[in-house]
Design a protein around this ligand. Structure first.
Ligand code: IMP
Ligand code: MG
Length: 198
């Protein structure tokens, strides 16, 4: 462990946690512009309907949608798969459905992070039944090595190593979503810390 890491890990907040920057806000914004252009190139002149998965995808969706030229609409869906802990329960529940029908639309599911893939697998099943014209997936972050379900994203911002990350929409116990960057979370001493680093 280098001295810089030691120093940042020692700056813990009142919860005994600290965050180390992994992706700066500037890097994220640059990547989002690239993804937006790529998406528009793939569907020239076509109305696009973005579906954001609450709450983690709010900032990614809001920035992505503003960088895609042409006609764009969006909607939100909410699922729960994570509680307060850093490990998925493996169970996905729909807690808020879309406002509008997606039949015949070119839909792009916008997710903050692809981890085990269980959430996305569930969502894709739900959406496919509703007969969109096309169904694509954009994720800001991809933790490839954690994958359990056989799903993949069409647009990936960053492939990241297997560590628990927060910021830019991603939370730990509902905190840190508002960070303008993505960072790795280090928990307080004891068992929890080992789990976050797994
Ligand atoms: P999956 O179903 O395991 O792919 O997990 C998807 C959801 O779990 C994401 O939409 C996040 O809400 C949450 N999640 C997965 N990994 C992380 C992480 O490193 N930090 C914060 N939330 C995460
Ligand atoms: Mg999420």
């Amino acid at each position: 462990m280098g001295t810089a890491r030691k120093r940042s890990a020692s700056r813990r907040n009142k919860h005994g946690e600290s965050v180390k920057i992994l992706l700066s806000g500037a890097r994220i914004q640059k990547k989002i512009r690239e993804l937006a252009n790529e998406i528009r190139r793939d569907f020239p002149g076509e109305p696009l309907h973005l579906v954001g998965v609450l709450k983690g995808a709010v900032f990614f969706l809001s920035d992505l949608s503003r960088q895609i030229p042409g006609e764009v609409s969006f909607d939100f869906i909410a699922v729960s798969s994570y509680g307060k802990e850093t490990e998925s329960s493996g169970q996905v529940k729909l807690t808020r459905d879309l406002d509008a029908n997606i039949e015949g639309k070119t839909v792009i599911v916008v997710e903050d992070i692809l981890d085990t893939g269980l959430t996305l697998q569930y969502l894709l099943r739900v959406f496919e039944q509703r007969k969109p014209k096309r169904l694509r997936v954009a994720v800001l972050l991809d933790k490839e090595e954690r994958r359990i379900a056989p799903v993949r994203a069409d647009y990936v911002g960053f492939k990241i190593p297997n560590a628990f990350v927060v910021g830019f929409g991603l939370d730990y116990a509902e905190r840190y979503r508002n960070l303008p960057y993505v960072g790795t979370l280090s928990l307080g001493a004891g068992k929890k810390e080992e789990r976050a680093q797994e």
